[in-house]
Design a protein around this ligand. Structure first.
Ligand SMILES: [Zn+2]
Ligand SMILES: [Zn+2]
Length: 421
């Protein structure tokens, strides 16, 4: 073969390899599902991945990246750029309630508490799909114009308290370097869409997620004599209401939506004692970095000023979490025809923004990236009543695995082909 392959030239090869690999991907997925591991504890999973990548002859397989991550490198037979594909490997501290035969019964400890463990976010599917993609691409390496890197990433759901991990640490440890990555693709399964469907969105897709904590210090007194102290419960109640006005009154919602939620309100030990202090905890979700900073300012100002107005004192801390997952517009536009070829034109569409967060966003801050959504609710189940990710009843239709396998393979091959010559 002298002339480089056109994208379409790969389609038949992808289709037949996907058919051949599907049973293996399903078997891997069931094994991983039955043996889930939490963030930074993906020892068994990483071992299976690394052994597989070596068995299929990748040029380089690096283990223990960001604790338990695995990075594989496949050099194609033709010169070209470098594309990365990413899968996350970690499960969640959730006790499974589905009735699949490979249901997880694993129990472990998470942040000092005993818990069940479940692949309730579908990362078992992502890992097994990417193992399949690696095998598919290794089988046609002579025709690949460039290099493919495979990132099997730990701790997407955040590492245990006090530990580093995830995409940020993978990058710090050089996964995007040597060879330097030019573009990255990733996918996430979702029960919000039926099997067969692939969703994409240009620009912001998933939210930034920051935690905030407010300590409101009053002055303790007997509940029958409130005038002798400063009641932090009443002051904090006003703060909660004040925080509701950030999105509804102060943010330009025509630009991007945002969310401010209080999830913890703790204070007091007895009905007839006004406590000294109340604690609030909550989360901030945005789709724009400037709005993110703006909301941080509002949370701080509203909490401090309302507390001061009531004679109390508020101390606010905001912990920045994952950034906004922003799909590169040019890369997204480019990818749509490829996705349509793999899933059928009618099955590829623009999806709504997602208020959940993803640490895929960190890769996208360094290189252009595209993160797509792959439907996983079977046709005989209702989307409306399908359990969302992180639910103990999250259910994945394994027919979506082959679609993910074909889509990621085609994105890598087409993109390398589009850059060559
Ligand atoms: Zn998740
Ligand atoms: Zn996830």
């Amino acid at each position: 073969m002298n002339a480089p392959d056109t994208p379409f030239a790969f389609d038949a090869a992808i289709a037949s390899a996907a058919d051949r690999l599907e049973p293996k991907v399903v078997a891997w997925r069931r094994d991983l599902h039955a043996n889930p591991e939490l963030g930074n504890r993906e020892f068994r999973t990483a071992k299976i991945v690394a052994e597989h990548l070596r068995a299929i002859g990748l040029d380089d397989v690096r283990e223990k990246v960001a604790h338990t991550g695995v990075v594989g490198v496949l050099k194609g037979g033709r010169p070209g750029p470098v594309v990365a594909l990413r899968a996350d490997m970690d499960a969640l501290p959730v006790a499974e309630e589905t009735d699949v035969p490979f249901k997880s019964t694993t129990r472990t400890e998470w942040n000092g508490q005993s818990c069940g463990v479940m692949h309730a976010c579908g990362h078992d599917a992502h890992t097994s799909i990417l193992m399949g993609v690696a095998e598919l691409l290794a089988g046609m390496r002579d025709r690949i114009p460039g290099t493919v890197k495979f990132f099997f990433q730990p701790a997407e759901e955040t590492p245990p308290i006090g530990e580093d991990g995830g995409a940020k640490m993978m990058i710090e440890q050089g996964c995007l370097k040597a060879p330097d990555v030019d573009a990255i693709f990733g996918l996430h399964v979702t029960s919000v869409y039926p099997t067969g469907m692939i969703g994409y969105r240009s620009g912001p897709l998933m939210a930034s997620a920051d935690d905030f904590r407010v300590f409101v210090k009053g002055t303790q007194t007997h509940a029958a004599m409130p005038w002798r102290g400063t009641d932090p419960i009443v002051v904090t109640s006003q703060i909660v209401l004040g925080l509701q006005t950030i999105v509804s009154r102060q943010m330009n919602i025509t630009h991007e939506p945002s969310v401010v939620t209080v999830g913890v309100f703790q204070g007091g030990v007895r009905h007839n004692i006004i406590p000294d202090e109340v604690k609030l905890e909550g989360t901030i979700r945005t789709f724009d970095e400037a709005q993110r900073d703006e909301i941080h300012g509002h949370v701080k100002r509203i909490s401090e000023m309302i507390a001061a107005a009531g004679g109390a004192r508020a101390t606010v801390t905001i912990k920045r979490g994952y950034d906004v997952t922003v799909n590169d517009p040019a890369l997204t536009t480019w990818a749509v025809p490829t996705l349509q070829r793999m899933a059928g034109e009618a099955n590829v569409g623009v999806v709504d923004k997602v208020c959940g967060a993803e640490d895929f966003s960190f890769y996208q801050k360094v290189v252009p990236g595209l993160f797509i959504r792959v439907g996983c609710t079977p046709p005989d189940r209702s989307i409306a009543s399908s359990a969302p990710g992180h639910s103990p009843r999250f259910y994945l239709d394994e027919d979506c695995l082959k679609i993910g396998l074909a889509a990621l393979s085609a994105l890598a091959l087409d993109w390398l082909g589009s850059q060559a010559g």
